[in-house]
Design a binder for this molecule. Structure first.
Ligand SMILES: NC(=O)c1ccc[n+]([C@@H]2O[C@H](COP(=O)([O-])OP(=O)(O)OC[C@H]3O[C@@H](n4cnc5c(N)ncnc54)[C@H](O)[C@@H]3O)[C@@H](O)[C@H]2O)c1
Ligand SMILES: [Fe+2]
Length: 403
């Protein structure tokens, strides 16, 4: 890539960095601790809510969480309707179906119960309520929503995406094999419920991959060039928590302390990247999610070590700081950075996460150029990565993760 283009990208990133100081970053009101879910009806009543749309998926509805919450709301005199058809990598159709139910029931707020998929679907529904004449596709990218959403309550049931605190909603359009983020501070939920009990039923392979998503947020935010002192602290603490608690939560899903700390890690990772951005790992993961439905956390977990290695010396100093934070020693920054990347690979391996995208998600040769186009469009010029990659670099990444 020529120097002038790189310079333009860096200038754009600097402008966004400065502009962010003037954007609103609301702090959410939170309910915390085991059993918080059932404190919600009183909470919503105290906020004067009359009609609630609960957005969730069929697995969580099957556990009875949304039903219990709806019953509690009804008892508290609040109308509750449930939309439970959100699919992993939520689609525009999910949003439109949820929107219809929201309107039919004259809802005045949205409760998102689930992982990133229900939370992002709920955000998408909120965007459509706020901008009834604008299709979701037109909100793709940065600062395209611009209107206040109805109050959004997020109840994360995975510990990974951090969507409960981020300015992003990641939406899929299967017709175009596309997956893209809508990024606008108006989508940041105003209310969050952290109930670790809700995460104890997460199967180990979802615990591991969603947890690696949290690590990816922290690492990509930290090595990028748009950090504030707060995002640096958040990213370091998130990294420490993932290294300390993810394997514990994977080994023993009932370990409530590990579950609670992973919820904190996900929240911190989300907070860090919502100001400091993600990077090429996410651009690759979103392209793979859009084309083949690869679960987001899995795609990130596989791609993270490859992307970090490809950054080479430009990321050594920051990775060495993260290495220090998790107790990895080395003679110099290079050695520490390499050992940190190796520790990520070991963590993946210890939780049976493969080092290639394979099986039913195998990348097809004929798709690679389009995958590269999607990834590069998402990442450049927005993401303030340590080194700006061009098409050939991104192609190398897809070939590296290809099984
Ligand atoms: N908005 C953001 O800032 C942001 C950030 C990162 C990722 N994302 C997006 O979030 C989505 C992924 O979210 P995710 O990784 O949380 O997964 P998910 O919401 O798709 O859930 C994964 C699976 O786990 C199940 N599940 C969820 N909670 C469970 C529980 N407590 N017990 C048992 N099963 C449970 C779900 O039913 C689903 O089958 C992707 O679309 C990704 O692009 C968004
Ligand atoms: Fe992510």
């Amino acid at each position: 890539m020529n120097a002038l283009k790189k310079c333009c990208y860096r200038t754009y990133q600097k402008i966004m960095y400065v502009a962010e100081y003037f954007m609103p970053w609301p702090e959410a009101e939170t309910l915390k601790g085991s059993g918080s879910l059932m404190k919600m009806p009183e909470w919503l009543k105290s906020h004067g809510r009359k009609s609630v749309l609960i957005v969730t998926d069929s697995v969580l509805a099957g556990f009875g969480y949304s039903g219990k919450l709806a019953d509690g709301l009804t008892e508290a005199g609040i109308k509750a309707v449930v939309y439970d058809k959100v699919v992993p990598n939520p689609t525009i159709d999910n949003i439109e179906e949820g929107l219809k139910i929201y309107k039919e029931n004259q809802c005045d707020c949205i409760v998102a119960l689930g992982g990133g998929s229900p939370m992002d679907c709920a955000k998408g529904i909120g965007c459509r309520v706020a901008c009834p004449k604008k299709p979701i596709e037109k909100m793709k990218g940065t600062l395209k929503v611009g209107h206040k959403l109805p109050p959004l309550y997020a109840i994360p049931t995975t510990a990974g995406t951090g969507s409960e605190v981020t300015l992003a909603a990641v939406i899929s359009n299967p017709a175009k094999q596309e997956k893209y983020p809508i990024e606008d501070p108006v989508v940041i939920p105003r209310y969050i419920v952290f109930d670790p009990q809700l995460t104890i039923g997460l199967p180990p392979h979802v615990t591991s991959t969603t947890g690696m998503d949290a690590l990816t947020h922290a690492v990509e935010a930290f090595i990028g060039k748009s950090n504030t002192s707060a995002t640096k602290k958040q990213a370091i603490e998130a990294t420490q928590l993932v290294f300390k608690y993810l394997k514990r939560a994977f080994d023993n899903g009932q370990d409530i302390e590990a579950r609670e700390q992973m919820q904190r890690a996900a929240w911190l990772g989300g907070k860090a990247f919502t100001r400091a951005y993600v990077g090429y790992v996410h651009a690759v993961a979103h392209a793979l999610g859009g084309f083949y439905g690869v679960p987001h956390g899995l795609a990130n977990a596989v791609a993270l070590p490859y992307v970090l290695k490809k950054f080479g010396a430009s990321a050594y100093k920051k990775l060495a700081i993260l290495a220090d934070a998790v107790g990895i020693t080395g003679a110099d920054n290079k050695e520490k950075a390499e050992k940190f990347i190796a520790a990520i690979e070991d963590l993946n391996k210890s939780m049976n996460i493969p080092n290639k995208i394979e099986g039913r998600w195998t990348i097809k040769d004929e798709d690679i150029d389009r995958l590269v186009d999607h990834a590069i469009k998402e990442a450049n010029p927005l993401y303030p990565v340590p080194t700006i990659f061009d098409k050939e670099d991104i192609k190398e990444l897809f070939l590296a993760v290809k099984g």
